[in-house]
Ligand binder design. Structure first.
Ligand SMILES: C[S@@+](CC[C@H](N)C(=O)[O-])C[C@H]1O[C@@H](n2cnc3c(N)ncnc32)[C@H](O)[C@@H]1O
Length: 195
C-alpha cells in the first residue's frame, strides 16, 4: 500500500469512527469495516488474483478504497453497490482523493436488483457488507454470480451472529460450498464456491 494512500485511509477511518460515535441511529452511521478486515480483503483479492470484485454496501468508500488498491495490484476492477445516492457521492469523492477511482465502478442501486442482473460466474470475489436481514434472500444470487472457486466474504458474522442465523443455516447446509469463520475484526465468514 502506497504511504499516501494509507495515510488517507487512516484519516478516513478516524473520521468514520468520530462521525458514528455522534449518531444513535445505526442506519445513519458510516459503519466502516475494521482496518484488519480491510487488510484481509486486500490479501484475499491478491491471493485469488480476483480481477472481478463485487462489493455490496459501499458507504463512504472506506472498504472500497482497499478493494480498489488491490484491484490496481492485480489488474482488476471493483463494482460497488450502494442504495443511498449521497453515500455514493461521498465514496466517489473519497475514491478520487485516494487515487483508486480508475479501478472502481460505483453504482447507486438496490443490491437485490443489481445481483439479479449479473451473469452467472461474473465475479471472482464478492464482499457482502449491507443490511444483514437481507442476506438470506441474496444467497441464491450470491452463489450464482460467483465463478467456481470464487469467494464470498461476509462481515459481522461474530458481532451480529443472531441476525445471521437464517443466512448461516443456508451457508452451512448448502452443497457445493466450503466455508470458515475467521476471527478478524467483527468476524469474517469466508465461503468458497467449491465442494
Ligand atoms: C456497513 S455499511 C458498508 C460499509 C462499507 N463496506 C465500509 O466498510 O466502508 C452498509 C451500507 O450498505 C448500504 N445498503 C443497505 N441496504 C442496501 C441495499 N439493499 N442495497 C445496497 N446498499 C445497501 C447502506 O446504505 C450502507 O451504506
Amino acid at each position: 500500500m502506497d504511504a499516501t494512500r494509507q495515510t488517507f485511509l487512516d484519516e478516513l477511518y478516524a473520521h468514520g469512527r468520530a462521525y458514528d460515535e455522534k449518531r444513535d441511529d445505526r442506519i445513519e452511521r458510516l459503519r466502516n469495516v475494521e482496518p484488519e478486515t480491510a487488510e484481509l480483503l486486500g490479501v484475499l483479492v491478491r491471493a485469488l488474483s480476483a480481477t472481478r470484485v463485487l462489493e455490496i454496501g459501499t458507504s463512504n468508500g472506506y472498504s472500497t478504497i482497499w478493494l480498489g488498491d488491490a484491484a490496481e495490484a492485480v489488474g482488476g476492477r471493483v463494482t460497488s453497490i450502494e442504495i443511498d445516492p449521497d453515500r455514493t457521492a461521498q465514496a466517489a469523492d473519497n475514491l478520487s482523493q485516494a487515487g483508486v477511482d480508475g479501478f472502481v465502478d460505483l453504482h447507486t442501486a438496490d443490491a437485490a436488483e443489481a445481483l439479479s442482473g449479473y451473469a452467472d460466474g461474473a465475479f471472482d470475489l464478492v464482499f457482502l457488507d449491507a443490511e444483514r436481514r437481507d442476506y438470506a434472500a441474496y444467497w441464491p444470487d450470491l452463489v450464482r454470480v460467483l465463478r467456481d472457486r470464487g469467494m464470498l466474504v461476509v462481515d459481522n458474522t461474530l458481532t451480529h451472529a443472531k441476525e445471521l442465523v437464517e443466512f448461516s443455516e443456508l451457508v452451512y447446509s448448502a452443497e457445493g460450498v466450503t466455508s470458515t469463520l475467521v476471527t478478524v475484526g467483527a468476524g469474517v465468514l469466508l465461503i468458497v464456491k467449491s465442494p
